[in-house]
Design a protein around this ligand. Structure first.
Ligand SMILES: Cc1cc2nc3c(=O)[nH]c(=O)nc-3n(C[C@H](O)[C@H](O)[C@H](O)COP(=O)(O)OP(=O)(O)OC[C@H]3O[C@@H](n4cnc5c(N)ncnc54)[C@H](O)[C@@H]3O)c2cc1C
Length: 408
């Protein structure tokens, strides 16, 4: 493949450039101009999802295309560009990526082939999917999950009971990937992931949650009341689960945990979101600072404002390189062993908060009113150090790796 253009100084192949142009064109037309409207209304942008599906920007093929580039660049640039455009709408379009990643990380090849397309629906009838891990009493502490899945040997089915909280696309999805405990005595090592489809008796939507940011992305509760699923909807299958449980009971390490495998696969993606939000704020603030004059010169020429811009540009550049490194490692080896996922998620999430906050500062009063988007972007950014593992949890993971101690 020939190298044809650069993206922030990074060489792109023709395929990567094609993806960049597809994402940029769609986002410039459909995402950025509608960000404020959906933030205000807190409605799911169904018409944008439909348009995305029609131009193959939302499909299982598109998802697989992003993650089949072992250099990590295709996924990194697509996620950054989407979240640069508008984080709320981007999550409405990309939220299905979390359950899709869980299926890819935990499912058998047959399950991936069967369920991945169903997560996204068709070009005519696009659908969304949800990853249901968190519960009211189990956020950071995933080992405390109370949702139970009980196996019935006779029918070969599983019965799931529990309530999931704060679920992206929870209540509006066609496919739910549910993390449940199959052996509570083993804590997180006794958990497994199941597929539950919309319309299954006992599955229902709980409250739709009103949010501070990311308001175009639907967040809700999901209730499982004696939901019965066939045995082949256990991701990875019963044989693999039984072996894993047996190893856990013998206290042997397996490295496999249902929720952890998903978070491992997605933390660097949250970091890419953070880079996108930070870059949006940086560019907006820089452009404003070049035209806004105080004391007879553009505010960008005042050293303290210039310094804020220099810090933002430097940190965004380094965070982007960290994302690409983690994406490349994960997509080429299937693993992130040295806490790279946690490091880059922590760094880029906090950067998004800092960059949007400093963008508001650079805009002064204009930054605080909603005629400019930076206050909304700050509200969006504040989610990143919270979901998919808080910054504190990421630091526990990093500290555990660098010290060899079990830090909790
Ligand atoms: C908009 C939104 C979308 C979400 N989407 C999903 C989704 O699709 N699927 C899903 O499963 N979940 C989802 N979540 C849930 C999210 O992952 C959790 O909110 C997050 O993991 C934190 O859990 P918690 O809210 O219970 O906070 P808590 O665990 O109660 O943490 C509260 C505070 O205590 C700190 N803390 C806790 N334990 C430790 C420790 N050991 N060391 C140091 N500090 C600690 C935390 O860092 C935090 O500051 C979403 C949340 C939100 C807000």
């Amino acid at each position: 493949m020939s190298i044809s253009e650069k993206w922030h100084g990074i060489d792109l192949t023709e395929d990567q450039l094609e993806m960049l142009n597809l994402v940029r064109d769609f986002c410039a037309k459909e995402v950025r101009p509608n960000g404020a409207k959906y933030h205000e209304s807190q409605h799911t942008p169904a018409s944008i999802l439909k348009k995305a599906a029609q131009c193959d920007f939302y499909s299982s093929d598109f998802f697989l295309q992003l993650f089949s580039d072992p250099t990590g660049l295709t996924a990194a640039l697509a996620i950054e560009e989407m979240f640069y455009s508008d984080a709320g709408i981007a999550l409405a379009l990309f939220g299905t990526g979390l359950p899709a990643s869980a299926i890819v990380a935990n499912g058998s090849p047959e399950q991936i082939e069967k369920w991945l397309p169903r997560c996204f629906g068709t070009a005519k009838h696009p659908k969304v999917a949800a990853f249901c891990c968190s519960e009211a009493e189990a956020g950071s502490d995933v080992s405390n999950i109370r949702t139970r899945a009980v196996y019935d040997e006779k029918s070969g089915t599983w019965t799931i009971n529990g309530i999931k909280h704060w679920i992206t696309n929870g209540g509006i999805s066609d496919v739910y990937v549910v993390v449940a405990s199959v052996d509570p005595s083993l804590k997180s090592r006794g958990q497994a992931s199941f597929i539950v489809t919309d319309g299954t008796p006992g599955l229902s939507a709980g409250r739709h949650l009103d949010k501070h940011g990311f308001r175009a992305s639907h967040t809700g509760e999901v209730i499982f009341d004696n939901v019965v699923v066939p045995g082949d909807q256990l991701l990875g299958g019963k044989e693999r689960l039984d072996k894993r449980l047996a190893r856990a009971r013998r206290n042997e390490s397996s490295g496999e945990q249902a929720a952890m495998a998903t978070f491992e696969a997605t933390r660097w993606m949250v970091a890419a979101m953070g880079v996108g939000i930070a870059r949006a704020a940086f560019e907006y603030a820089r452009d404003y600072a070049l035209v806004r004059e105080q004391f007879g010169k553009p505010i960008a020429a005042h050293q303290q404002v210039a310094e804020l811009l220099a810090d933002m540009a430097t940190e965004i550049h380094l965070a982007r390189l960290g994302v690409i490194n983690a994406a490349q490692t994960y997509l080429s080896t299937g693993k992130l062993n040295r806490a790279q996922g946690s490091m880059v998620k922590y760094f880029a999430s906090e950067l998004a908060v800092k960059a949007t906050r400093n963008a508001m500062q650079i805009l002064g009063g204009a930054g605080y009113v909603n005629e400019h988007p930076v206050a909304q972007w700050h509200a969006d950014a504040l989610l990143l150090p919270i979901f998919e593992g808080t910054s504190q949890i990421q630091k526990n993971v990093i500290a555990s790796v660098v010290t060899g101690l079990r830090i909790r």
